[in-house]
Design a protein around this ligand. Structure first.
Ligand code: CA
Length: 457
C-alpha cells in the first residue's frame, strides 16, 4: 500500500517538470525513534544549484505533512476494514454461543421446575393420605387385646403396610384366629425335637407372609428359640425389612397367625441402623451388625435398650466378604443348640468363612475356626448342632446345601442336601433349633423349611 501512495504522490509532485524530476526524485521511508513511519521525498531543483533562502522547504514540508496524514488515514481505513470484519464475525459467533448457552440453561431450569412440581404434588398427596389414615385410626381405636404385659403396654396400631384395614376386618380376623387349632399355632407341636445330628433333609418351603412393598424385597424374620422375660414368647414373630439406608424398625407380631395377617402388635425403633440380613434372635435379645461397621449390637427386647456393643475383631464388612448375592452380607449371626455364632471372613482368612462362637452377653469371641469354604461362592449359611452349613445358590429353584463344617472336629466336607429357592432370590437363611426349622426370606416371601436331623449314613 505504501508503494501505491508513493506513486500517487510522485505523480502529483512531478507534473511541473515531469521529465527531469522523475529521474531525480526519490522517496525514503523510515521509522522515527517513537516507531512512527516517516516518508521523505528528495527532489533536485531543475534550475537551482543551491537553496538560496530555503523558500521551497515549507512547500515540501506541507507535502510531507499531507503525505503522512494520508498514510495514517489509509492505515486506519485498512485496519478498520480488516478489524471490523473480524470483530463482527467474532461478535456474531459469541452471540450465537451465548444464546445457545442461555437456551440450554432455560430448558434445564424448566425441567427442574417441572420435576420439583411433580415431587411437591406427590408429597402433598402422600401427606393427605397419611393425615386421613391418622384421622381414621384416631376415630376407630384398636380393641386388640394381648395376653402378655408387653403387648398391653403397646396397644397401638403399627405401621406394617398391611395394617390399614378397619377395625371390623380386624375383629373378623380375630374370630378366625380363635378357630385355628392349637397345633397350628405351635409349629413344633408335631415334631420330635430330641437329639442333635447332621442335616439329613430340608422340606419344601412353607409360605407365611409376602411383603407388599419394595422395602420387603429382602429382610430378616425370626422367632426366638429361647425367649426370656415376661413380654415375649417363643410364639412372638419378629421382622425387619432390610431394604434401605437407615433400617431401624423391628416389627413384633403376637404369633404366626398375626404375622401372616400382617398385624404387628408393636414396632420397636432400634438405636443403631441394621446392616443387611444377618441379624438373629436369642435369649431375649436381637443381635445384629451395625450398618457400615464390624460393630455387633445386642438389643434387649424387654427393656428396649442397647445392652452390648462390641467389635467383631478383623471382620470384613460392607462389601468386603459378602455372600454371593452381595447385599453387604459380610457378617451373618446365628444361634443354635450350642449358643451364638458369627459367620464372616477376614483379610487374614482371604475370604474363607470364619466361624466364631460368641459370648451372648459380652459378644466377645470365645473361639474361632477358619474353614476352607470361600464365603463369596455360597449364597448363605446357618448353624445347627454346632455345624455350619452353606447354601449353594440363592436363585436356582433347585439347589443344595453344599458344605458342612463341624466345629467339634474342625473339618469340613462337601455334601448335597436338596434345597429349594422357590421365589428365586433367597436373601436370608437362619436355623431355629426350638422349631427345628429354617427361616428364610426369598424375594418378598417369608418362608420356613422343616429340617430333619440325624446320623448321616
Ligand atoms: Ca444366615
Amino acid at each position: 500500500m505504501w508503494l501505491q501512495v508513493s506513486l500517487l504522490c510522485l505523480f502529483y509532485l512531478s507534473v511541473p517538470s515531469q521529465s527531469q524530476a522523475q529521474q531525480r526524485a526519490s522517496l525514503y521511508r523510515s521509522n522515527d525513534p517513537t516507531g512512527q513511519c516517516h516518508y521523505t521525498f528528495t527532489v533536485a531543483s531543475p534550475d537551482e544549484t543551491s537553496c538560496p533562502g530555503g523558500s521551497a522547504k515549507p512547500e515540501i514540508d506541507g507535502v510531507l505533512s499531507r503525505l503522512t496524514l494520508l498514510e495514517a488515514l489509509v492505515s486506519r481505513l485498512i485496519a478498520g476494514v480488516d478489524g471490523g470484519a473480524a470483530s463482527e464475525a467474532g461478535n456474531e459467533e459469541g452471540l450465537r454461543e451465548a444464546y445457545s448457552q442461555v437456551t440450554g440453561e432455560k430448558n434445564q431450569l424448566q425441567q427442574d421446575k417441572e420435576r420439583l412440581n411433580r415431587q411437591v404434588r406427590e408429597l402433598q398427596k402422600r401427606l393427605e393420605e397419611l393425615s386421613r389414615e391418622a384421622e381414621d385410626l384416631r376415630s376407630k381405636p384398636c380393641l386388640q387385646t394381648h395376653t402378655s404385659e408387653g403387648a398391653q403396654r403397646e396397644n397401638r396400631p403399627a405401621s406394617d403396610p398391611a395394617y390399614d384395614s378397619g377395625n371390623g376386618a380386624y375383629q373378623e380376623m380375630k374370630a378366625e384366629v380363635t378357630e385355628v387349632p392349637a397345633s397350628h399355632l405351635i409349629p413344633d407341636g408335631n415334631h420330635n425335637l430330641t437329639g442333635c445330628g447332621e442335616v439329613l433333609s430340608v422340606g419344601d418351603p412353607v409360605l407365611h407372609r409376602k411383603a407388599d412393598s419394595i422395602t420387603g424385597k429382602y429382610g430378616v424374620w425370626l422367632q426366638d428359640p429361647e425367649p426370656q422375660g415376661p413380654y415375649y414368647s417363643n410364639k412372638t414373630v419378629w421382622r425387619i425389612d432390610a431394604v434401605g439406608k437407615d433400617v431401624r424398625q423391628l416389627f413384633a407380631y403376637e404369633d404366626m397367625e398375626q404375622f401372616s395377617r400382617g398385624f404387628p402388635m408393636k414396632v420397636l425403633v432400634l438405636p443403631e441402623p441394621v446392616e443387611s440380613t444377618g441379624a438373629t434372635l436369642y435369649q431375649g435379645s436381637l443381635y445384629y451388625q451395625r450398618r457400615r461397621s464390624r460393630t455387633l449390637i445386642r438389643y434387649d427386647l424387654a427393656s428396649e435398650t442397647l445392652a452390648t456393643r462390641a467389635e467383631l475383631p478383623h471382620a470384613g464388612f460392607h462389601g468386603q466378604h459378602p455372600y454371593s448375592w452381595g447385599g453387604y452380607t459380610d457378617i451373618d449371626l446365628a444361634a443354635d443348640e450350642q449358643g451364638l455364632w458369627a459367620i464372616y471372613s477376614t483379610s487374614k482368612a482371604k475370604g474363607a468363612i470364619v466361624i466364631s462362637q460368641l459370648d451372648p452377653k459380652s459378644l466377645e469371641v470365645k473361639k474361632s475356626w477358619e474353614t476352607n469354604i470361600r464365603k463369596n461362592t455360597v449364597a448363605n449359611a446357618f448353624v445347627a448342632c454346632g455345624r455350619l452349613y452353606t447354601v449353594s445358590s440363592y436363585t436356582a429353584p433347585n439347589t443344595t446345601i453344599n458344605y458342612m463344617f463341624d466345629t467339634a472336629t474342625g473339618e469340613s466336607k462337601a455334601i448335597s442336601v436338596p434345597f429349594k429357592n422357590k421365589y428365586r432370590y433367597n436373601s436370608m437363611v437362619d436355623y431355629n433349633h426350638a422349631q427345628r426349622k429354617l427361616y428364610a426370606w426369598d424375594n418378598f416371601h417369608m418362608i420356613t423349611y422343616d429340617v430333619r436331623l440325624g446320623r448321616a449314613s
